[in-house]
Structure formats: structure tokens, C-alpha cells
Design a protein around this ligand. Structure first.
Ligand SMILES: [Fe+2]
Length: 289
């Protein structure tokens, strides 16, 4: 990737300055569940053990705190998420937008309050790197979120296990899939968190990832009715900008995210919270006495 393709933080700060004022002057800045698309997706995995059948993973992505989404909105959003029914919470990047200073305390307070029975796991997005990856990682730590940047953990339920993996942002060339592959146990199914959905082209080619969860695109902030896709596709979300895809043998899911880019407008493309329910394709073995 050329240097010119990455926006420079100074230019971002100017944009953020303008948006800051607008965020706080909007009449409809309050959170309401009515304005959220709570998407339920069933994902069938070949080698998923029965103990993970109906396991529920809640994903949030692209909060972009400080750019239209203000700290009060995020607090209410967290309260709402904590009322939902899920086993595990995963976060797929872009927690801030063009400014981190002044929003770090609010971000930490909200992420800390997110509840999850089996823990909280996340990766970083391009904006997090632009604004300060070390600070975001520090916020993760204080909020009990495990940083899965180029890392893998194994989740256990009864007799069964899954690999939960993550790659760092490929927009800033921080991804290291080889490091992830080294740590995978190929006896278990693998779920990968990757901020940029088009990373699926690379991850699916390994043949070792079953399912990838991403954000980054905001669904293009405009979804064509009936076609359920978007013409607005930015870098690293041109191929898989919204919803479910099959990429080689891997399933890709791209969330529409919660926040927006510089343009606050979203048409037929509400902010999204996703709940993924894992389903096994294995036949159940019934012991015969
Ligand atoms: Fe992004």
C-alpha cells in the first residue's frame, strides 16, 4: 500500500473539529433501540462440536466515538447490549474516528461496562492505529477485553473447543496471518476477527479459517433496497461490503457497524448489532446401550 492511500491524522483533526460541534448540536443524538438493526445470523460449521451448537456471539463494530456518536449515546448502547442474550462478545475495530484525546476516558468507561459471560475479545481497526494503537490496547486491558491482534485463544465448552483468532488491521499492514496460523489447533473450527472484510480473500485461501467476522464498511451507509448490497465501497471493503458471503470454503460476515464516516447519513442501512448463532453440521452420536 502506498503512503498516499493513508489519510494523515492532521487532516483528520480538522475534519473532527467541525464534526465535534455538529455531534453535540444534533437534535436526535440520543440512543434508541428502534434505530438499531439487531441482526440475527445462523452460521453452520462443519466440524463444530455439539457443546457449541447454539452458541451465541455478539459482535459490535465501528463505534467511531466522537464522530456523531457521543459518550452518552455509547453509555445507553452498552446498557442495551447488556440486556441481550449472548455467550461471548467480540469487537471488530474502529472504536474512535479522527480524535482520541478527550474520548479515551469515556470509551474505557463504556467498554468496561460491557458484560459477557464467556469474555470479551477484540481487534483494532485502521482508525485505531491512526489515532494511537497503544492507547486503544491500554483501554482494552483496563476494560478486560482480550486483544486478539495476530493471536489465537481456544474456547472450551464441555468436551468441545473452538479457535477464536484475530488479525490486526491490514489497511496499515499490521496483519500477520502466519503468526495466527502457527497458533491454530487444526482439530477445532476457527473463527477469525478481521476489521477489513476483504481480508477474506487472504484468510480464506489458507483453508484453515471457517468463519470470518468483519466491519469497516459501514455497509456503505446506503443499501439498495431488494438487492441488499451497496454501491459505496471503500478500500478493503470493495468485495464483501455488507452481510453474508461464501469466500472459497470460508463464510464471511460483514457488519454494517454502529457509527458513520464523515457523512452521518445512513439510507436503508441502520447501525447494527449482530448476534451470530453457531450451528453444528455434525451428526449427534447417540450411545446405544
Ligand atoms: Fe475501518
Amino acid at each position: 500500500m502506498k503512503d498516499d492511500d493513508i489519510e494523515k491524522p492532521q487532516a483528520m483533526k480538522i475534519r473532527q473539529g467541525i464534526q465535534d460541534a455538529m455531534t453535540y448540536s444534533l437534535p436526535d443524538k440520543k440512543f434508541s433501540p428502534k434505530n438499531i438493526d439487531l441482526v440475527e445470523v445462523n452460521i453452520e460449521l462443519d466440524n463444530l462440536g455439539w457443546d457449541f451448537h447454539n452458541y451465541r456471539i455478539l459482535n459490535i463494530s465501528d463505534i467511531h466515538l466522537g464522530q456523531w456518536i457521543n459518550p452518552e449515546y455509547l453509555e445507553d448502547l452498552v446498557d442495551y447490549i447488556n440486556t441481550l442474550n449472548y455467550d461471548l462478545l467480540v469487537l471488530t475495530g474502529d472504536y474512535v474516528s479522527y480524535v482520541l484525546e478527550g474520548y479515551d476516558t469515556a470509551l474505557e468507561a463504556s467498554l468496561k461496562r460491557l458484560e459477557s459471560p464467556d469474555g470479551k475479545f477484540g481487534v483494532l481497526g485502521n482508525h485505531d492505529h491512526w489515532m494511537g494503537a497503544d492507547i486503544i490496547r491500554g483501554i482494552f486491558k483496563k476494560s478486560a477485553i482480550t486483544d486478539l491482534s495476530n493471536d489465537v485463544v481456544q474456547l472450551t465448552r464441555g468436551e468441545d473447543r473452538i479457535n477464536l483468532a484475530g488479525v490486526d488491521s491490514c489497511t496499515v499492514c499490521a496483519d500477520n496471518l502466519d503468526k495466527v496460523l502457527e497458533k491454530l489447533n487444526s482439530n477445532y473450527p476457527t473463527i477469525l476477527l478481521a476489521h477489513e472484510p476483504d481480508f477474506a480473500l487472504e484468510s480464506s485461501q489458507t483453508g484453515k479459517i471457517d468463519f470470518q467476522i468483519s466491519g469497516h464498511s459501514h455497509g456503505g451507509q446506503f443499501i439498495i433496497p431488494k438487492f441488499e448490497t451497496t454501491p459505496f465501497r471503500g478500500p478493503n471493503s470493495t468485495k464483501y461490503p455488507v452481510g453474508l458471503y461464501k469466500v472459497n470454503d470460508m463464510i464471511q460476515y460483514t457488519s454494517k457497524g454502529l457509527g458513520t464516516n464523515s457523512f452521518r447519513i445512513r439510507i436503508n442501512c441502520k447501525p447494527e448489532i449482530t448476534i451470530i448463532t453457531l450451528k453444528t453440521k455434525n451428526k449427534r452420536k447417540i450411545p446405544i446401550e
